[in-house]
Design a protein around this ligand. Structure first.
Ligand code: ATP
Ligand code: MG
Ligand code: MG
Ligand code: MG
Length: 469
């Protein structure tokens, strides 16, 4: 069986043979983009090259980029444990042309890699194109010999990519793999497309325009290519699995989790092991790239992911710190490809252990309170916002953690009530503060806090201090 590590190697070697410079993955904390929480695509490190603000000594590149999608525009946190294809941390393998080759060669390179190098049977593949992009449809017919019924035209923004309100943009074309009739789901564009039968494996973006303002778009003099293929998804295909979590890269950690907790990896608790494996990857890679748990910004997202994983460890019946013991399994399988992981191994281990100890002090009591309250709910379906706030404030349960627990039982939280309770506490804190110290400074501080307190990225409750735990 071909391993995930070999599949990554094959990808990079193939593009290298085809004139691409192999470039290292950039860190998960973007260096060149303060508006982006985490690197979420292969093109992030090349943004300025695409816009022409930066030049490189090469016009073709290939990478396997570390990505985290757990906040901001792309957030797959709520998908983990529910779909076969989403992780919070994954590798996006990509080839890039900076004004060099365009559509025809991008399609040919992708098709040959998948069908010849990787040997995926052609009849299992279908593609989407943007509905106005007849050029791409014709190229798929010509290069891949695909019949028209396997070239699906999509009119929505799913198949039109843009960097922002202005800047480079263009149609995209995605390659899907059909995992077979026994799995629910319809082809892209169909009413059942949210199922997992047809899984998107590769997105080819054809940057051919520049959006100048809302109404004006021009052709780029030198169009570019940006592509992204999920390593775990193509690995599933090549290892004969339907589910990403059954590939070696994830399975190794799932087995370690099963060994450590003594719970069957495939039984009724399979989901917990999957979430643990996913979250271990994202937290470890984030720590290796310099993010540490905190109560705001990136650090708070990290802490929330960690606590979700801890809740699943707890669900599996382990009351003692456990996640930190799984780190060696991760470095064993990914440490060669990402030496920073091995270098940071002791930092990752110690950080996890400390966080597990801290949250362990309140997790059990919080879970008891939550189950008492849900028992009382009967058929109402919605947890009182004040209870959710108490869990947050006294027991260190981020709101999304409480929501995640409830979702498993078909329940939800009254978020308006939660926000109101939070606001009440803030108002009380404000009142308590104005009576003491330097009034002028405090006034400025609160104004700033009100203005910048909660951004989309940093989520709710970023200001609440360490007292949570
Ligand atoms: P989906 O529709 O399945 O959520 P996407 O359209 O959001 O995927 P893109 O933004 O096009 O994904 O990213 C390029 C590729 O990266 C995808 O084709 C897929 O192979 C992979 N990918 C995207 N998100 C994830 C994820 N959360 N976990 C694993 N792989 C992913
Ligand atoms: Mg997505
Ligand atoms: Mg998609
Ligand atoms: Mg896509």
């Amino acid at each position: 069986m071909i391993t995930g590590n070999e599949i990554r190697r094959t990808f990079l070697d193939y593009f290298n043979k085809n004139g691409h410079t192999v470039v290292d993955s950039s860190p998960l904390v973007p260096r060149n983009d303060p508006t982006l929480m985490f690197t979420n695509a292969g093109m992030v490190q090349f943004k300025n090259v695409f816009t022409g603000n930066e030049t490189r000594p090469y016009s073709r590149a290939a990478t396997s980029q570390k990505c985290v999608r757990a906040g901001g525009k792309h957030n797959d946190l709520e998908n983990v444990g529910y779909t076969a294809r989403h992780h919070t941390f994954f590798e996006m393998m990509g080839n890039f042309s900076f004004g060099d080759y365009f559509k025809d060669q991008a399609i040919e390179l992708a098709w040959n890699l998948i069908t010849k190098e990787y040997g995926v049977p052609e009849e299992k593949l279908l593609v989407t194109v943007y509905s106005e992009d007849e050029e791409a449809a014709a190229l798929w017919r010509k290069i891949a010999g695909l019949s028209d019924d396997r070239i699906i035209r999509i009119p929505t923004s799913d198949n039109f990519w843009s960097m922002g309100e202005t800047g480079p943009c263009g149609p995209c074309s995605e390659i899907f793999y059909d995992h077979g009739e026994h799995i629910f789901g319809g082809p892209p564009g169909s009413p059942d497309e949210d199922g997992d039968r047809f899984i998107e494996i590769w997105n080819l973006v054809f940057m051919q325009y520049e959006q100048l303002d809302k109404d004006n778009r021009i052709n780029l003099p030198k169009p570019s290519i940006d592509t992204g293929m999920g390593l775990e998804r193509i690995t599933a295909v090549l290892q004969g699995k339907h589910d990403n979590y059954d590939v070696d890269l994830l399975r190794t950690i799932i087995e370690a989790s099963a060994a450590e907790t003594g719970v069957d990896p495939d039984g009724e608790n399979a989901v917990s092991h999957r979430v643990i494996a996913d979250h271990l990857r994202s937290t470890s890679f984030l720590i290796a790239d310099g993010v540490l748990p905190s109560n705001e910004g990136r650090g708070y997202v990290l802490r929330r992911i960690m606590r979700r994983a801890m809740r699943h460890v707890y669900k599996l019946g382990s009351k003692d710190p456990t996640l930190y013991k799984l780190v060696p399994a991760l470095t064993r399988i990914m440490g060669n490809a990402f030496p920073e992981l091995s270098r940071a191994q002791s930092l990752i281990t110690e950080t996890l252990k400390l966080e597990e100890k801290r949250f362990g002090q309140t997790l059990d009591r919080g879970m008891r309170l939550l189950s008492e309250e849900t028992d009382k709910l009967a058929d109402k379906g919605t947890l009182n916002g004040e209870v959710a706030f108490k869990l947050y404030d006294t027991y260190g349960f981020p709101l999304d953690l409480t929501q995640d627990v409830l979702r498993g039982q078909g329940l939800s939280v009254d978020t308006a009530g939660f926000n109101a309770a939070m606001e009440l506490q803030r108002a009380a804190a404000r009142k308590a503060w104005t009576g003491s110290g330097d009034l002028a400074t405090e006034k400025v501080w609160f104004e700033l806090q009100e203005r910048f307190g909660g951004t989309e990225f940093f989520g709710y409750d970023t200001e609440t201090a360490e007292s949570q735990v």
